[in-house]
Design a protein around this ligand. Structure first.
Ligand code: NAD
Length: 365
């Protein structure tokens, strides 16, 4: 197969999977744009979600929840948000009375996800929760119960479930076009040495890089292979004990998949690393950068994987969730997917803590 042909097929394959993975945006005659309120106006809301919501077709930035009055003023002016759609953490529950807000998007430190997802559900709003879904499986199950009771939909902010390069590597693996994937390497890390950041605080972040970035490395392997790991082994390291007091600074972990494939992954707060690599008997394919919010680039032993991407990955993610509400279908980036990742993270941390291989029995979890 020549390089150009491969690229064309890759593009076609990716768009097919984009449609398969995301609910159709306009299945019903209902062409409303649902109102989203962002809770927490930190880096991710400011740099990615607010701007992405200027390009969405099925939803729009309608409201904000912030504890900082100056940020409220800035966002109201920048995005034309009316005063009645602006809340702080004390007035948040009044969002129940606001018909212009359909979806609450929780973009707070990890330890606050459960509280705000549950409060949003009680207010009768559909919810998107940033990753990791919660600090542990128990918290996530409470979130699911609250949403079920309120009759609202819940999704995790897994933007890569809609990213063309990631959909293409999944297609390549699962179609076995380049052979059966036997080994994978995934890695995501950045330098995070600010001891004042909630990310380094175990109570707020939940456990450092593995909680923050580990979900991507786990998903890169399990979603490409298309199976869930049945056992993990992990090694945790702390080189700078003055900064990383009760969390691992770096982790390496290996996952065993039921079909025989193996993966080896890295998450770290020491340095920048961002890649996905899959090998079959004689071929290979991968992405580098891979998991970051911008700039995924793909290559393979048969040629480049070079796909057009929207200006923000989150456009498709948020539009797909809005479409599931309008069409009354199930979210692709579901709570079940969020809970699955927390089960795997729990096994990884237990393995690093004990030095043992930990089996995951999916029938019992
Ligand atoms: P951030 O620290 O930049 O922002 C956190 C926001 O929460 C700030 O506006 C802060 O004022 C507010 N906040 C409210 N109460 C707080 C408290 N008690 N302590 C600290 N902050 C408080 O963080 P971020 O990078 O925007 O991350 C927010 C969430 O989004 C996290 O769950 C993170 O994992 C997730 N995230 C996801 C992606 C992605 O690509 N999907 C990328 C970055 C972050």
């Amino acid at each position: 197969m020549n390089r150009r042909l491969f690229m064309t097929q890759a593009a076609l394959g990716a768009s097919a999977l984009v449609n398969a993975d995301a609910s159709p945006l306009f299945r019903s005659a209902d062409t409303r744009k649902l109102g989203i309120a962002l809770v927490g106006l930190g880096t991710y809301s400011t740099v990615q979600l607010g701007p992405a919501l200027q390009h969405t077709e099925r939803c729009r930035l309608a409201g904000i929840v912030t504890g900082t009055p100056a940020k409220a003023q800035e966002w109201m002016a920048k995005y034309n948000i009316p005063k009645e759609n602006v809340y702080n953490y004390q007035t948040f529950d009044r969002i129940a009375d606001n018909p212009n807000i359909d979806i609450v998007y929780v973009v707070l430190p990890n330890s606050m996800h459960a509280e705000y997802v549950i409060r949003a559900a009680k207010a009768g709003k559909h919810v998107i929760c940033e990753k990791p879904m919660g600090l542990n499986v128990g918290e996530c199950e409470q979130m699911v119960q609250a949403c079920k009771k309120a009759g609202v939909k819940l999704s995790v902010g897994y933007r890569l479930y809609f990213e063309p390069h990631h959909l293409e590597v999944r297609r390549l693996a699962q179609s076995q076009e380049l052979g059966t994937v036997k080994l994978m390497e995934t890695a995501l890390g950045f330098s995070m040495a600010n001891p004042n950041s909630w990310r380094l605080n175990k109570q707020m972040g939940g456990g450092g890089a593995i909680m923050d970035l580990g979900v991507y490395a786990i998903q890169g392997a399990r979603r490409t292979i298309g199976e869930d790991p049945i056992a993990v082994t992990a090694q945790g390291f702390v080189r700078d004990k003055t900064i990383f007091k009760d969390i691992y600074e770096s982790m390496f972990f290996q996952m065993e998949f039921p079909g025989g494939a193996l993966s080896n992954s890295t998450t770290t707060y020491t340095s920048y690393v961002d890649r996905l690599h899959a090998t079959t008997g004689h071929e290979w394919f991968g992405l580098q950068p891979s998991f970051n919010a911008t700039g995924a680039k793909g290559d393979s032993s048969k040629g480049k994987i070079d796909l057009a991407t929207p200006p923000f990955q989150q456009i498709r993610q948020m539009d797909a969730f809005a479409a599931t509400i309008i069409n009354n279908t199930d979210p692709v980036a579901s709570a079940a997917e969020g809970i699955k990742d927390l089960h795997i993270i729990d096994a990884i941390v237990r393995s690093a803590d004990t030095g043992r291989r930990i089996e995951i029995d999916w029938k019992r979890v």
